[in-house]
Design a protein around this ligand. Structure first.
Ligand code: DC
Length: 212
């Protein structure tokens, strides 16, 4: 990927599948830029909730998305479960999704290329990506990882509740009419249920190297 056309890696998959960690490591490994597209939806959801707007209002959500500022992505409360829930709700609005397309494509189009992670990168945002990986794991494994992660931070968490949230988020992200969560036809499915982070990274590098 020395010169010419930017090299683009699209990483999609359900919540808590380990996409973010994997995408960030791949970007560092190949010297590419990294964009966590979930952060865009999280920032919109957070802004709406903070301002007391109805998350289910497509007009206001679209206006907030159009006016989104890079500064908004540095809000400290974007990584948590609540912001993830808000994000999943505003992400159903076509007005929000269309407002974010140009920014994401612009990011992917800059040399030397980029790794983008999300739900619709391989299907909608970058259908011509050089590599598409759909990272997944069973809901039980994802809920277990999330529970352990939160417990390690000293948080009081209940596995069954997290599992219910994971299933609910899957249903909303997969069931929406616009750009639902689904693997592109030409994506490689990477099931990390039986892999640790290192194993998942090695498997992803093998997939990318096979396509370079
Ligand atoms: O990847 P994440 O957990 O930060 O994403 C939060 C929510 O944002 C997710 O449940 C659905 C939405 N999202 C989306 O619809 N499309 C993307 N490309 C990224 C995230």
């Amino acid at each position: 990927m020395a010169s010419g056309k930017p090299f683009v890696i699209a990483i999609d998959g359900p919540a808590a599948a380990g996409k973010g960690t994997l995408a960030e490591r791949l970007a560092a490994h190949y010297g590419l830029a990294y964009l966590d597209t979930g952060l865009l939806y999280r920032a919109i959801g957070r802004l709406m909730a903070d301002r007391g707007f109805d998350l289910d209002d497509p007009v206001i959500a679209g206006q907030i998305a159009e006016a989104l500022d890079p500064e908004d992505l540095t809000h400290p409360g974007l990584r948590g479960r609540e912001a993830g829930e808000f994000a999943s709700r505003v992400a159903v609005h076509p007005s929000v999704r269309s407002a974010l397309v140009a920014f994401q494509r612009g990011f992917a189009g800059r040399a030397p290329g980029a790794v983008l992670d999300g739900r619709d990168i391989g299907t909608v945002i970058c259908p011509d990506a050089d590599v598409k990986i759909f990272v997944t794991a069973s809901p039980e494994v994802r809920a277990r990882r999330r529970t352990d992660e939160l417990a390690a931070k000293g948080r009081d968490v209940d596995y069954e509740r997290i599992l219910a949230e994971v299933r609910e988020r899957d249903a909303r992200d997969s069931g929406r009419a616009t750009a639902p969560l689904k693997a592109a036809d030409d994506a490689v499915i990477l099931d990390t249920s039986a892999l640790d982070r290192e194993g998942a990274f090695r498997a992803a590098v093998a997939i990318v190297d096979a396509r370079r």
